[in-house]
Design a protein around this ligand. Structure first.
Ligand code: PNW
Length: 454
């Protein structure tokens, strides 16, 4: 038996656009993901989040599933266009009421609500006004954060400002594989800064209304970057990707500075004059913890890669190498060592910041047997390996406070639509029937014993 500390938080995670559906109900307006998914050719099979897992109508049933799992925490996101349809001005009562009911039902089930304010669903009107490359969007986000905190502040335990700003900035405005689908490297860099600014301004807005014991955080998808070889050229490629994937957020948020090497690497593209005096004091408003989403490592070498790229300025410098080993259905390598590397790096770099794994999990095909039981042995193996790495990191002095499994339900997997299943609960998208998989039973046992068997 490998025990985790008492008080360790065991959770599951979801995001609004990926599960809620009800895209035009109770005053909700389109977000950039509605627009993007309805644009032919952007999402596999033309899938949209119009219905998704119909969670908007099945929220109580889904909380029941989590009660059966025995989770201590649930990480969900609030859909901005449900609360503030134009991205400005007064809130829609019915939109806020949905989350109020959710928070109350979670509390009644003994589950701590962990709310993410932005999991990529920018109100379309704000994109039409310029989106994240536009500074004003950061102000709009702070206003929205204050509204939601005012309505839910007494019930939500942990607040996460942003989920994975790297994806929002660089996949949304750089490679264009995520909404809004723009392919402009300078817009992507501007978006990254304005997301940092939005985070900092939201932290200020949250602290102004929340009870003192509330936890305020942000979630980054940090890249476990490895150089293919120890040559200086390969190590320099890794440094570039570390700057563009990790330090572009870590430095402004935790150190109040821009990474100097990133500014130099991108000097041909921009002079960074969109960063104004005082901004880096705002971006570094203190947070209580850092959320990390981890799926697989990134291996790089000196070389080139084709654009449009999510790595502005690195196209002629860096090539991405497939990491060895088994793969998930996303074709992402299974490599828990990357998680261990990230955790120990953060222990050394941010010794005073508690860490929470806010996403980890894998997409695989499920196998239903004649009795209708759903088997997912590869997912169980993936989770066991990654929790083993977390356990090892805890033993090596890393301050990890919790683990949120991605995801509770099969859902809309962004550009892959419904073709990839990350859930520990199977969803039949025709009937909306939920069936817990073997991995759900396995996770319930881990939580009940407070650790891994053997
Ligand atoms: C994260 N990449 O997305 C998100 O937070 C989830 O909403 C998502 O479902 C999950 O991971 C699985 O994909 C990512 O291309 C999407 O590097 C793409 C990337 C990383 C994370």
């Amino acid at each position: 038996m490998r025990s985790f500390p008492s008080g360790f938080r065991w959770g599951t995670a979801t995001a609004a656009y990926q599960i809620e559906g009800a895209a035009a109900e109770d005053g909700r307006t389109p977000s950039i993901w509605d627009t993007f998914s309805r644009t032919p050719g952007k999402v596999r099979n033309g899938d949209t989040g119009d219905i998704a897992a119909d969670h908007y109508h099945r929220m109580s049933e889904d909380i029941g599933l989590m009660k059966d799992l025995g989770v201590t925490d649930y990480r969900f996101s609030v859909a901005w266009p449900r609360v503030q349809p134009t991205g400005r001005g007064p809130a829609v009562r019915k939109g806020l009421d949905f989350y109020r009911r959710m928070v109350d039902e979670l509390r009644a089930a003994g589950i701590r609500p962990v709310a993410t304010l932005y999991h990529w669903d920018l109100p379309q009107e704000l994109e039409d006004a310029g989106g994240w490359p536009q500074r004003e969007t950061a102000e709009r986000f702070a206003e929205y954060a204050g509204i939601v905190a005012g309505a839910l502040g007494d019930g939500v335990a942990t607040w996460t400002t942003l989920n994975e700003p790297w994806c929002a900035a660089f996949l949304g405005y750089g490679s264009g594989v995520h909404a809004p689908g723009r392919t402009d490297p300078v817009a992507a860099l501007r978006a990254a800064h304005h997301l940092n600014l939005a985070h900092g301004r939201a932290v200020q807005a949250l602290r102004a209304v929340l009870p003192a014991e509330s936890e305020v955080s942000l979630t980054l998808n940090l890249h476990a970057v490895r150089a293919l070889t120890d040559t200086e050229a390969d190590r320099d490629a890794a440094r570039r990707i570390d700057a563009l994937g990790n330090r572009v957020f870590l430095d402004p948020v935790f150190h109040g500075r821009l990474p100097g090497d990133l500014v130099a690497d991108t000097a041909d593209l921009t002079d960074w004059s969109f960063v104004r005096d005082g901004d880096l004091e705002v971006t570094s408003a203190p947070v209580d913890s850092l959320g990390i989403n981890y799926y697989s490592p990134t291996v790089v070498a000196a070389g080139t890669h084709e654009g449009p790229s999510p790595w502005p300025g690195a196209e002629s410098r860096v090539r991405f190498e497939p990491a060895p080993g088994p793969r998930t259905a996303m074709d992402w390598p299974v490599d828990e060592e990357g998680l261990y590397e990230l955790l120990t790096r953060l222990r050394d770099e941010l010794p005073d910041v508690p860490l929470v794994i806010t996403e980890n999990g894998a997409a695989y095909e499920d196998y239903a047997d004649p009795e209708g039981e759903v088997h997912d042995p590869e997912r169980v193996a993936y989770l066991d390996r990654h929790l083993t790495a977390v356990h090892r990191a805890l033993g090596d002095g890393v301050d990890v406070r919790g683990y949120f499994l991605w995801s509770l339900l099969d859902n809309f997997e962004w550009a892959y639509g419904y073709s990839k299943r990350f859930g520990i609960v199977h969803v039949d998208f025709a009937s909306q029937r939920r069936t817990p998989k073997d991995s759900a039973r396995w996770y319930a046992e881990v939580i009940a014993r407070g650790g891994l068997a053997g």
